[in-house]
Write a protein that binds this ligand. Sequence first.
Ligand code: SF4
Ligand code: SF4
Ligand code: SF4
Length: 394
Amino acid sequence: MKSTKRIIITTVICAGIAALAYYAWMFSFYQFETNDFSTSIEKIMSFDYLATLVPLFIIAGLAAAGIIHVVILRRALAKTDKKHSHFADVRTGRQKGAAPKQRPVLFMILRWIAMIAFSFIMIWGGLIFGMKMSSLSIPVLSCPWNTEQMTESSCYYLSHLNELFELPWQSILVFLASTIGFIILLGRAICGFLCPIGLIQDIMDKIRRKTKTEGIKMNEKMYGAAAPVRWFMVLVFTGLCFAGGNFCNFCPAVAVSPILAGMSTSLYVSGFLMILVLMGGFFKRRAFCMVCPLGTIMGFFHKISLFRIKKDTQSCTECGACYEACPMGIKMIYTEREKVNVTSANCIMCGECIRCCPEDKALFMTCAGIKLYTSSRKTIMSGYKPDKTGRYER
Ligand code: SF4
Ligand code: SF4
Ligand code: SF4
C-alpha cells in the first residue's frame, strides 16, 4: 500500500513536471517578444546574456526533476514487481557483472577533447571567425555558426529544401560541396566527435554513471522499434517545409546552441523536447541519436566515408561484449563472420565496442585505411587487479 501511494504521488509529480515543461513556452521568460538572432561578443559579455540563458536553466532544472522522479518511481516499482528490474543496466550499476573500470584510453580522451572543442566552435564559431566562414555549410546542429542569421548551415537547408532551390546556383553548389564534402570525409564520425547534442548526451550518461544510477537496458526488439521512428523523423525533417511547416520549431538543438550563442529565440516545443533528450540521454546513452534525422541522413553515406570499423574475424571469439557496449545496439559487429568492414549506417564512431572488446586487435577503427584505435586485452585487464591468490577479480 505504501509503495502504491508512492507510485501514485510520483506519477502525479511526473505528470505535473511534464505539463509544466510542455506549457513553459507560454511563460514570458521563456518566450521572447521577438526572435532576436543577432549576437556579438559584447552581448555575451553583458548581463543580457544571463537573461537569455534563463530558458536553459529552466530546461536543465525540469530535466533534473524529471530524472529524480523517474528514479524514485522505478525504485518503487522494482520493490513491488521484480520484473521491472529487468530494465536495469547490469553493465553500469553496482551489480555483479558490471564492466570494470579501465585506465583512460588516449582515443577516448581525444574524442572528448574534440567534442568539447568542436561544440565550442559550433556555438561561438560565428562570433570568433566572423562572416568569412558564413557560407561554409556544417552538417550538424550548427544554427548559431553564422553571426547574422540562421540560414547557412546544412542543417537549415536540409530541413528547408524548398528554400534551397530558390538560391543562386553558386550558393547551391557551395551548400552541396561543403555538406557532401563534410559527410564523405567524416561520415558519422561527426556524431562521435563533433555534434554538440552528442556531447550533451554523453555528459548525461557520465552523470548517470557517476551517480551509480541504473540505466535502461534495451533489447533487440526495442532497438528495432526505433527504426520506424527514425524514418518518420527523416520524413518530417525534410518534408515539413513543403507542407508549410518548419522543423526548426521542433528541433531540440534550438533550445541549446542558439541560446548559448546569445540569441533570444522562443523555444516553443523545442524546449520540451530538449528536456526529453536530456532525460533520455541520462537513462539510455545517446537515446536521441537513435532517432535523429540528421544522423540518419549522414548514415546514408557510411559506405563512402573515410571512417570504418573493422574486424579480424579470426581473432574474434564471439563474446558479444561489443554489442553489449554499443549505444546504438549494432549487433552485426559481433555476428558478422566473414566481412572485415563491419561499419553500420547507425554507427556513430564512438569506439565503445573497441574499448570493450577483450581480444587483441580483433576490432579496430580506421580513417582512410590508417588505424586509429585497436582493441587491446592489456587495456581490458587494466580494470582487474589480482587478489592474494594471484587470481584476477574485480
Ligand atoms: S545522431 Fe544527431 S544528435 Fe546524435 S550525434 Fe549525430 S547529428 Fe548529433
Ligand atoms: S559499433 Fe562501435 S563505434 Fe559504432 S556506435 Fe556501436 S560502439 Fe560505437
Ligand atoms: S567484443 Fe571483440 S571478441 Fe567479442 S564479439 Fe565483439 S569483436 Fe568479437
